[in-house]
Every structure is written in C-alpha cells, then in structure tokens.
Design a protein around this ligand. Structure first.
Ligand code: ASP
Length: 325
C-alpha cells in the first residue's frame, strides 16, 4: 500500500513538472481556433483577422477550423471536450451566452466548461435586403413586411446566431412574424441574399459593410445608438423609429477548462498586443467593428461578461418569446 502511494505521488509530480515545462515553452506547434459558424461569414472574418495577428505574436500558426451548426453550439461543444493543452481555442460571440438558455440539450455547462482569454471586439448589426427589395427606408420596410409577412423570407444562422437574435428582436418590435430560413452561418446566407434567393436579414457589419458600400445589397439601418464612421449615410434603427433598438455583438476567445494558467496568460498577452496593432484596428474599422479595450481583453473581463450576459439575455429571450426552432 505504501509503495502504491509513493508511485502515485511520484506520478503526480512528474505530470506536474511536464505540464509546467510545456506551459513555459508554449506554443510548440500549430494551434486550432474553432469558429462555430460557416466560413466566409462575420465570425469567420474576425476570427481569421485575430488569428493572423496572434499567430505572428506567438510564433506559431493559428489555423481556423469552422465547426458550424446549431447556433454555434457544435463548435463550442467540440472545444469544451478538447484536450486542455492550449492547442484548441474557441472564438465565439454573444451566442455562447444565449444558447445557455435557448438549448436544453447542451453537452457542456456553459459557465464551467471553459477558461477565458479575453474579449476581442464589439460588432454592430445592420438590416439588409436583396438589392431589388422594394422598400426604400425603415418606415416603408416595416409597412412592407407587415403587408407581406406570409411571403418575405428572413435568413439567419440558426437559433442562437446573432442574426437569429436580432431578427427575433426586430419581429417582436414590429409585432410581425416572418418566415425564417436557416443557414450554417450568414456567410452562405449572404451568398443567397446577393443572388436574390432570400429577401432580408439582420447581420453583423463585418459581413455586410463591403456589400452595402458597393451597392450589391440594400441597407436600412444599423443597430447601434450612433451611426458608424464607415457607413455615415446609414441611419440608426433608433433614429428610424425603433425606440431602444440597440444590439451589438461581443466576441471572445476561450480555451477548454483545465488549460494551464501560464498558457492562458500567454494567449491573453498575444490577444492584447494584436488588438493594439494599428493594422488590425484599421481593418476592424473598415468592417464597422471596434477592438475591445485592453482592460477587456483579459480573462476576468470575458468571464464577467459571460456571467452577466447569460441572465441578461435569458430575460430578453423569455420576454420576447424566443425559443429554439
Ligand atoms: N456569426 C454568425 C456567422 O458567422 C452569424 C450569426 O451569428 O448570426 O455566420
């Protein structure tokens, strides 16, 4: 028995020293960044930008893996179950908080399945439609949607996607139910909007700004209280008569629970330096996105955000009657 105990404690000592050494030399190989939505969409766009900058800082490639479906919960589940060694990261948005209420069958416990690296960015949303959609402004858009609710199609990235939440809040604000079409992300939804195969969506400016600027889609409003510098002619939803319609989408980076503290600290430091990079700041600005402040690009700020957002959105979801569909 005594011998058995000694072997056990020796074993524990060896494990500790190995993980300590690997945390110090981290990263030694390629890192996987799981984006829980389709390639080419808004989360993918921001995920790839931040991956490129953090790769340079870490001296190892961060490769984006799109694990799309079920409002981002499939990708989150994959990371929750991954080896906690710093080589699998999750880039997610507010949907990680809302899905805790929207999905009854999650394989992970949202608040306890992850370690926190930091907040990355806040992204406004915009109401957009196919180029030849008849209404010209928000007022006529609302009248048109009310008159044609049986035929107008609204795209979203499945339950829990930012597009789903924004669309549900919009339908609730105008008291009109529209037919929704689900995609694995708003990247493929945008392809269909550009082709005129779907009518309307509320999507992040990281996916819509370039198309709004080149006139290939029609835009009605942004969902932030102030207009965006990159789209100065686009009114806000609030100034267009949708009182209090203020939605922007925060994003953060997570690692699986149990990832060594030194690894998480190294990733946070890389994130902070990436967000201060003038090239990244400029590229975010072109997309209407704001990099998070240094104080928010920290584990504590992301953890606090998630803890506050789960109950905040639970109340919104229940009030608006939003459920998984
Ligand atoms: N972020 C999702 C995407 O990248 C879209 C969404 O949340 O609605 O496709």
């Amino acid at each position: 028995m005594a011998l058995y105990k000694t072997i056990l404690s020796l074993g524990a000592g060896i494990v500790l020293s190995v993980s300590g050494a690997s945390a110090q030399s981290y990263p030694e190989r390629q890192i996987n960044l799981v984006v829980p939505f389709a390639a080419g969409g808004p989360t993918d766009t921001v995920g790839r930008l931040i991956a490129e900058k953090m790769s340079a800082d870490l001296g190892q490639q961060i490769v984006v893996e799109n694990v799309a479906g079920a409002g981002g919960t499939l990708g989150a589940a994959k990371v929750a179950a991954a080896e906690p060694d710093g080589y699998t990261l999750l880039f997610h948005h507010v949907g990680i908080a809302t899905s805790a209420t929207l999905y009854g069958n999650l394989t992970y416990d949202t608040l306890n399945a992850f370690e926190y690296i930091g907040l990355v960015t806040d992204v406004p949303m915009s109401f957009v439609a196919r180029k030849d959609f008849p209404p010209g402004d928000v007022k006529s858009l609302i009248a048109y949607l009310k008159a044609n609710s049986a035929v107008v199609t609204m795209a979203n990235a499945t339950t829990g996607g930012a597009s789903h939440l924004c669309g549900m809040l919009f339908m609730s604000a105008i008291e009109t139910e529209l037919k929704t079409v689900h995609y694995k992300g708003t990247g493929p939804a945008m392809t269909d909007l550009l082709a005129g195969k779907v009518d309307f969506m509320c999507d992040q400016t990281t996916n819509t700004t370039a198309h709004i600027k080149d006139g290939t889609i029609k835009a009605y409003a942004v969902t932030t209280p102030a207009r965006l510098a990159v789209l100065p002619d686009l009114p806000t939803a609030i100034e267009s008569g949708l009182a209090g319609f203020d939605v922007s989408i925060w994003h953060g980076i997570f690692t699986p629970k149990g990832t060594p503290a030194a690894v998480n600290e190294r990733l946070s430091a890389a994130l902070q330096r990436a967000l201060a990079d003038p090239d990244l700041v400029a590229r975010f600005a072109e997309l209407g996105a704001e990099p998070s402040y240094a104080a928010d690009a920290t584990p504590g700020a992301l953890k606090a955000r998630l803890e506050a957002e789960i109950p905040r959105w639970k109340a919104v979801i229940e009030k608006a009657g939003i459920y998984a569909d």
